[in-house]
Design a protein around this ligand. Sequence first.
Ligand SMILES: Cc1ncc(COP(=O)(O)O)c(C=O)c1O
Length: 349
Amino acid sequence: MGNRQNVFEGSSAIRDFLDPGKNTYLPLVELPSTLNPFAGDNVRIFAKLMNMMPLGNVKAAPAFNMIEEKYLNGELEGVRKIVENSSGNTVSSVALVARHFGINDIQSYVPSEISWHKLLMLLFFGVEPIVNVEPENPDEGDPNSGVSKAKKDAEQDDVLNPGQYDNQANPRAHERWTAAQIWDQTDGKIDVFCAGLGTTGTIIGNSRYLKAKKPSLQVVGAMRAPDNYVPGVRTEKLLKLVGFDWGKHVDTIERVETALSYQLSLEMSRSGIIVGPSSGLALAGLQQYLGDLKARNGLDELGDKETGEIICVFPCPDGPLPYLDEYFKYIDKSHFPSIQNEDLLLNKP
Ligand SMILES: Cc1ncc(COP(=O)(O)O)c(C=O)c1O
């Protein structure tokens, strides 16, 4: 053990490993010009690899912060079970963190559109899924939504609903860790931040921290285009179920389609940045924003007045593997190699 960096040991080793404050910074990686159509305009685009958190997804940060805050406030006493509404990442992260705070029984409402492998992932981590058909056009507090059902279940004394859609510990996690890291890693030179809108914790936490440091920062929120699917991200209609006042933290909204999100995720993955569909959505939202601005006013209003450089950052929430079969559904097969001797395969889907 010559090099002591990144070692977690002793009785709290795994809990420390899951604590974002006790980990090294997550990578910030600049995209090559093949993935940055604005490279010739002095635009630099950086991917913040939240998928490289110990639990493999962005939700490890809010999960840890929500559970730790409840613990520090004495709200975990007597809690036997946790119930959350989640597209998969939050509840698996919550489950793995909560076990280190003595809670083992974890249930999750999951949308009926959840991908099969994501569901298998929940079973793998020991989370009990409850499939829910989400209302198509819900109002806040709609009793048929998984968000409301999880809240209702937590009316029992020994059940806790972390409540990622209105629990301030969610955006605060991003202020504490994600945004603070991005600020340091860009030497305060970040000009544009673009993220997908799910619970909106990522966009609120980053916007709050970064705009306080640099009021000229532009925050772009990327949502799913109507009737388009991207796991972890919501459409405008589904965002009505989110309790946070996210609109005031966002300067521009971009609506992004499924196929483009999956395509850009595939391209990033093939370049060596192995990230999932919602990472593609965030990059697509950023590209749409820059393209619109360039066509309307030019990009001069952004960026450093001396160097002319425009620094953009988008977070990558998770990896592609839980959604692998979906890439073959949303991307034309001409983008994939063919299988030689396919007829010899013993196991075919
Ligand atoms: C894969 C994925 N992408 C994006 C998001 C959106 O992040 P946020 O909930 O912070 O808005 C989530 C949130 O669950 C997610 O799981």
